[in-house]
Design a protein around this ligand. Structure first.
Ligand SMILES: [Zn+2]
Length: 421
């Protein structure tokens, strides 16, 4: 039941967006994986990463995140599963001593937080969050100082819910503790002070509610009320999905506490995060991101004609932007000899199809500019292409970062793609 029950095998960076000092660093540990099960562990971690990357708003914030996987073997497989909570009574010897039945609730899966934090600090001193994946298929997880999840089929959904607690300080939005049909007592009506968490409240006044900036004037306040506080409110949502208001029943109470949307990943597994939770997540990540709001491409042509029908693309950040001016019938803005043209993508756009040629959608971070090649591509191949210089400049939303590639001399007759860096 201690660190003598296994070994630390190694550390890998599995999502790498650059220096840990510039990123939000998530460390994943495994418990209850025997050495022979570490291949499964790596698969479980990758599954989680794929799920996280697909979950809004993490998809748009991905550049802010580094993920480190520390491989830890345990003597035995699984986690403690006390009979007191209806478990099997198993007590395997594991490195982080994972056990279900925290606080007498079977789904509360806890580990030795001190050991987990020590292992993470030794290998990734700049960690922002620690997740322990526990190799057991019983449903469970928790979101304290260290987040945990079992490998139940819903595990990746559990993990993201627990990250909501551990990394962003979000409250559970569900309105029960043991369960709606459990006959639980002490969870009927909340009478305490305003909760400190950003996504639950006792305040249904639209003028002072803490997420009032997201509530439309037409949304009733409260948006739902529970008619029978001895149980969970069975009524369906009276408003369209995504409506922000105050819905009675939240944070383990049937009445007296309110949640921002009818449903949210902090209330149930499956639905997306509500708008309030999304906003908190975005705010937490914003220091780790420098979004690009504008890209400018300036090209000076030489003496030789470039065909008006050739289409030109700017390769940048792993994407291609179509180079065509919105007010020009020509397909190719660079076909005039000895001429300088500037194309602007993003804010103050002057290009055709500005919506799909916009670095803000999908989001791009300044590190994209250095992580991918920057190039100009002409299609079809053009033998008389003659460009004297090309400059690419990026402007971030905070105006603190820009990149230039000055005086790039191109004009390679043999190819149709010219790298600028
Ligand atoms: Zn929420």
């Amino acid at each position: 039941m201690t660190t003598t029950d296994g070994n630390i095998i190694g550390t890998d960076i599995v999502v790498n967006h650059g220096l840990p000092s510039r990123r939000w660093n998530l460390v994943v540990l495994g418990d209850g994986y025997r050495t022979s099960e570490l291949i499964k562990y790596r698969y479980d971690v990758q599954n989680f990463i794929d799920k996280l990357k697909d979950t809004k708003p993490f998809d748009e914030l991905w550049n802010a995140i580094n993920i480190y996987r520390i491989d830890v073997s345990s003597t035995d497989s699984g986690a403690d599963d006390p009979v007191a909570c209806g478990g099997t009574g198993a007590t395997p010897a594991t490195y982080f001593d994972a056990t279900f039945c925290g606080n007498g609730i079977q789904r509360l899966l806890i580990v030795n937080n001190t050991t987990a934090m020590q292992v993470a600090s030794d290998r990734v001193p700049e960690w922002d969050m620690i997740l322990v994946l526990v190799n057991n298929t019983v449903y469970g997880g928790s979101g304290g100082a260290v987040a945990t999840s079992s490998t139940h089929p819903s595990a990746s959904e559990i993990v993201i819910h627990e990250i909501g607690h551990t990394a962003f300080g979000l409250a559970d939005e569900y309105e029960y503790y043991a369960g709606c049909g459990s006959g639980e007592i002490g969870h009927d009506v909340y009478t305490g002070p305003e909760p400190f968490e950003p996504n639950v409240t006792i305040n249904t006044d639209r003028n002072t509610n803490k997420w009032r900036h997201l509530i439309l004037p037409t949304t009733p306040m409260p948006t739902t009320s529970n008619a029978n506080c001895s149980q969970c409110d069975p009524q369906p949502s009276p408003v369209q999905q995504g409506t922000v208001g105050t819905f009675e029943g939240a944070q383990y109470f049937h009445c007296g506490k309110f949640r921002p949307e009818f449903n949210c990943k902090m209330r149930a597994l499956g639905p997306p995060f509500c708008a309030v939770c999304k906003e908190i997540i975005r705010n937490t990540f914003s220091p780790f991101l420098i979004p690009i709001s504008q890209i400018k491409l300036t090209v000076t042509t030489g003496n030789r004609d470039i065909d008006n029908d050739n289409r030109v693309f700017l390769g940048f950040g792993g994407r291609e932007f179509r180079c065509r001016l919105s007010n020009d019938s020509d397909a190719n803005p660079f076909h005039l000899q000895n001429n300088t043209v500037t194309l602007t993508f993003g804010t103050s756009s002057n290009v055709e199809d500005s919506g799909i040629n916009d670095p803000r959608n999908p989001f791009m971070d300044v590190s994209d500019a250095t992580n991918f090649p920057v190039y100009i591509r002409v299609q079809p191949k053009c033998n008389s292409w003659d460009i004297i210089s090309a400059t690419v400049e990026t402007i971030s939303q905070t105006s603190i970062f820009s990149i230039k590639y000055p005086k790039i001399v191109v004009g390679d007759d043999s190819g149709e793609k010219v790298e600028l860096v």
